[in-house]
Write a protein that binds this ligand. Sequence first.
Ligand code: HQG
Length: 219
Amino acid sequence: MDLGICKRCGEFEGKCECGKGEVLIKSEDRKKVSKFLSGLLRHFARDFGITLNEEGWAELNDVLKVLKERYGVGRKQIELIVKFDPKKRFEIKNGRIRARYGHSIEVKTDWSEEGEIPKKLYHATSHKNLSSILKLGLLPMKRLEVHMCSSPREAIEVGKRHSSNPVLLEIDAEGLMKRGIKVRKKGKVYTADFVPPEFLRVVEKSSFDRNSPNPAKGY
Ligand code: HQG
């Protein structure tokens, strides 16, 4: 959706209520810039002369300069992208910006936002990964952490990046925490260093498929 600002309605996503607001960034550009920003702050900051501190923060002005040169966007557009990000991927504070999760660059990941951790979490992946996951558990692979969602629906969306017909796993987050494996809340995403196989359960497709005659409660 487009992002913009209106004198009457304030900052908006989609269309402003009075219809007089100004779109500052169109949906397609928003997507492009957001993807690049994720990559920059998670994986390739150094290639663009950006330094991250140990908590993953970069100077906002440095990042704005890169984005201006590459996409012609300014501070307001970036602030809107961060504010309206549906997964709260980014954070701006004290003149700095960081990605909340998803890093391969070595940053400190051992922090969590306030809020209860759900007892069950979800992760979806390609079928070809399943036997390895059930043997070794969920591993961070190329990132620093394992990423989980609070609902099957969100997890399936993530899984679709890997396969058109992903397999859904339910994670016993309560059990993980009892075992002393920290589960962290980062925006809309939950992370852990590792999920051993005994905390994983495959959810049968029929119990979460919306077209199924007997959909699981709460999906
Ligand atoms: C799999 C996106 C074999 C794992 C998403 C996944 C997420 C194993 C893949 C966030 C394995 C790694 C992260 C094992 C794990 N054997 N395969 N033992 N353990 N895997 O992209 O969770 O939209 O690094 O199942 O939405 O898919 O960019 O992880 O398929 O929140 O903000 O190895 O990135 O966020 O893939 O995605 P990824 P992910 P954004």
